[in-house]
Write a new protein. Structure first.
Length: 306
């Protein structure tokens, strides 16, 4: 009887992961495909199939746990003809399982001493293109993050030569800075990662409400909904982010809520914040850096799915 119960409890879970820039028709195409039949045929039994749809940087911890800290997100299509340097940021968002290696803009202003990075640099010869790989360890990054970055560099970028490990400030070679567009000022700490909070301001239920409904601090750009206004506290600044289609009433009440929040935080902690208003599509670098893997928003007519 116990064996029968175990058999009944077994299920084949199929995850459908959807990238931020993927077509909104990807899920319908998958739903109409013959994939289910192929899986059942391979299993050779009547084991039920459970389909789980997840979106980029909104994955569950269970999904991420399968990758054992080596979850990598590349920009663009799987096959790309353009040969250029590519920069990846490795970051843990509040939980070691919520560790992702995400491709970001290839510029030194996005470096941060609190994180680790992987830089893939093409070296072109007459015969072919090869790649140098640099693993940059921020001086204030954790030992776990350093270990993860080195392992990812050695085991996951198989099209590159053995990675060169660079520790911040220890004579990075000129080719490293050249690939990043030159050496520029960058942030030297990520203390805000322990403080940052994101609130949603909405009146969708018929009344105005401010809610903190996101997994701290594992939220992403796609949690910024165009019909809402958001409040983001970084520990030094309180940003009021305004979606294009949010109502004027919500915007005014969100601004008032942010001011009350700032006063409360100052009374409790003694640390004042600066207030800043940010509009969708016009975010400044200070705001963008708080998000892992910030990218372009989709055009509004395609905004139905991340």
């Amino acid at each position: 009887e116990e064996e029968e119960d175990e058999e009944e409890a077994r299920v084949c879970r199929v995850y459908f992961w959807q990238g931020r820039d993927s077509s909104k028709m990807s899920w319908p195409q998958f739903s109409l495909s013959s994939f289910r039949a192929q899986i059942k045929e391979k299993l050779g039994s009547q084991m039920p199939i459970e389909e789980v749809r997840c979106f980029q940087q909104q994955e569950s911890l269970k999904f991420l746990s399968y990758f054992r800290g080596r979850f990598i997100v590349h920009k663009g299509k799987r096959t790309q003809s353009e040969v250029k340097p590519r920069l990846y940021q490795i970051r843990q968002n509040g939980n070691i399982l919520a560790q992702r290696c995400v491709e970001i803009g290839c510029t030194s202003v996005l470096l941060n001493s609190g994180f680790c990075y992987i830089l893939k640099v093409p070296v072109q010869s007459e015969a072919q293109v090869s790649y140098m790989l640099y693993v940059w360890i921020g001086s204030k990054s954790s030992d776990d993050l350093e270990k993860a970055a080195i392992e990812i560099g050695r085991e996951s970028f198989v099209d590159c030569v053995s990675p060169v490990i660079l520790y911040e400030g220890n004579s990075e070679p000129p080719i490293f800075w050249d690939a990043l567009g030159g050496r520029k000022n960058y942030d030297t700490n990520a203390d805000w990662l322990d403080i940052i909070r994101l609130f949603r301001c909405s009146n969708e239920k018929g009344y105005f409400a401010v809610t903190e409904e996101f997994k701290w601090p594992d939220f992403c750009q796609d949690h910024l909904l165009d019909e809402d206004t958001m409040i983001l506290d970084s520990g030094t600044d309180v940003f009021v982010w305004i979606g294009e289609t949010s109502s004027e009433v919500v915007r005014k009440l969100a601004l008032k809520s942010a001011q009350l929040y700032m006063q409360h935080v100052q009374d409790v902690t003694g640390n004042p914040r600066k207030l800043a208003i940010v509009k969708r599509g016009k975010e400044n670098l200070k705001f963008i850096k708080l998000f892992h893997g910030w990218g372009q928003f989709r055009p509004r007519d395609k905004d139905t799915d991340p």
